[in-house]
Structures are given as structure tokens and as C-alpha cells.
Design a binder for this molecule. Sequence first.
Ligand code: AHG
Ligand code: MN
Ligand code: MN
Length: 344
Amino acid sequence: MGTNTSQERMQKKNKTLGEFIIENQTEFQYSTGELSKLINAIRLAAKVVNHEVNKAGLVDILGAAGETNIQGENQQKLDVLANEKFKQTLQNREIVCGIASEEEDEFIPINSQDEQHQNKYVVLIDPLDGSSNIDVNVSVGTIFSIYRRITPIGSPVTLADFLQPGVNQVAAGYIIYGTSTMLVYTTGHGVNGFTLNPAIGTFYLSHPNMQFPDTGTIYSVNEGNYIHFPQGVKDYIKYCQMEEEDRPYTSRYIGSLVSDFHRNMIKGGIYMYPKSSKASNGKLRLLYECNPIAFLAEQAGGKASDGYGRILEIQPGELHQRVPFFCGSRKMVEKAESFMARYA
Ligand code: AHG
Ligand code: MN
Ligand code: MN
């Protein structure tokens, strides 16, 4: 009874994502509503994928799909399914001129039925982040990143439209399929989080203006790779474990970037995927993972670095490029960078 009342109150008081998108359209000078339509399409695809993820275990969508992606990783059935759903939704609505996905070798140009189409945005997605957690009922996510094309509107989209530094992002966000499903995004005016009410299929603004605490006590890193890390990272991890001031910190690592980032943004913390002697650029992908998460981090008052400099300023050289990643509360990232600098 109490829950019902507070749920009703939340629904009366809180904006829906749809209302929020319309209200904030005017933030963009010369806005034609195209970006709003695009975010609406992502909202729709998110609900579809959420529905599928929630059925995992009941229907035959767990496990490996039997293919490897361009990065040599085994594709899971849900990787493939999420990729298809996002692609279909964006393609059918003809609101972007191109899509690049972690699960596709090449970018996909979108040729509209309408020869004269004026679509100016490209989307880059990690359709299913945290693949290793699918089969064990642990939170996974979707990450998206949106740019304005740099080649002329109406002409075929090119690789250059996708290989833009993260500072050029117009919008970015993620969906987290967790204990509840949330869509969190930015258009460069702060970060807002929306929670899905699954009963009625509506996202409500539940986390307005999300902010990273300036510092925190959580460090998130795959310590199984410890002996392969650069000395600066090893020293920083030891620093986190030392009994001084507010330390030792606590270690939390889910293995889904989206979930690890989401927790750290709320509680304060640092996420690290450094390079190692096994992987010279770490594991995470600059275009599908690091840039969108870095944009969100900065918009929430946090920081994102490759250990030495700002992620968002890196000029990408290829679609599936990897980069070491240090992201989270500003002071913690700066501290990690100071350890890295000792061995630079
Ligand atoms: P994806 O499932 O899209 O391939 O991404 C997995 C990424 C990221 O989500 C996570 O933080 C990281 O891989 C975990 O890697 P380890 O298992 O090497 O720690
Ligand atoms: Mn991922
Ligand atoms: Mn993925």
C-alpha cells in the first residue's frame, strides 16, 4: 500500500523521458528535432532489448552465438540480438546517416528511401556491454555515442564521420539492465538518469543532474591482471590499499563497465582498465566505450584519462581502437595520473 502510494507520487511528480526530451529540445540552437527523434529511437530500442534481456534463461538466448567479432571475441547470442535490435530501430526510422557497432567489422551507411535525406548524425554503439555477465544474471548494459557528421549532408557517409575525437560528441549515454533498468544520458548539459517502470514501459526522471563525488573510496580494476600492469598502476593500487587517512579503499569490480561506472558515479570511485604486458592498449574500445563514458564522466564533474591525458582529445585512427582507461571521481583520477607520471 505504502509502496503503491509512493510509486503513484513518483509518477505524478516525475517527468517522463519523453516529456524531458521535448522540453530540452530548445537547448540546441537551430534544433530541427532530429536529435530528439534519435534519442527517442534509442529509448525504444532500449525497451526492446530490456525485454529480451529479462527473458534470458527462459528462452534460448544464453550462451555463445558461435561467431567471433572483429576483435576476436566470442559473440554471445545476446550481443548479436542487441546489435540487431538497435540497428533495426535506427535503420527503420531513417534518422541517422550511419551506424558503427562494436559487433560489426565496418560502419553501416544508411541509405534513406528519400534520396534527399538530410540526416546529419552518426551513432556508435556497444550494443551489449558486459557479455561475460549475461549467463550469470549480472547487470549488463548498452553504450551509445552520437556525432554530427563532418562530410556534407546528403553525400554518402565516410569513415572520417566516425573517427572524430570524443570532444565532438553531441550526446552519449548508456542503458543499464540492472536491478532496475535505467537510461542515463547527456547532451552536454549535465547528466540525467531515467528509471524504467516495467509495468507501463515508461522511463521516469529519477536521477536529475547526476554528479560524481569529487573523491570516493571505491577502486574498480581487474586485479587478476595485477602482475602485468605498469608500475604506476601497481603503485596506485597499493596506495589504495594503504591504511592512511580515509584509506584503505574498498575494491568493487563487476566486469561490466556500465555497471561499474554507474555505481562509482553515484558513490564516488575510480574505474581502471590499464594497459598490461598482455594487452598494450588495454581492452576497452575508444569509440564505443571510453568516449561516451568519458563524456558522461566530465558532464557529471568527473574525469577520464588514458593515464596521461584526456580521453576526449584523442584523435582516433581506427574504428575498433583500444585505449587504457582511468575514469571516475576527479581527485582519484588525478591521483592515479600522478602515479603514472612517475614512470612516464
Ligand atoms: P563487452 O562485453 O562489450 O566486450 O565489454 C566488456 C568490457 C567491459 O564491460 C568490462 O569492464 C571489461 O570488459 C571487463 O574485462 P575483464 O573481464 O578483462 O576484466
Ligand atoms: Mn563493452
Ligand atoms: Mn559489447
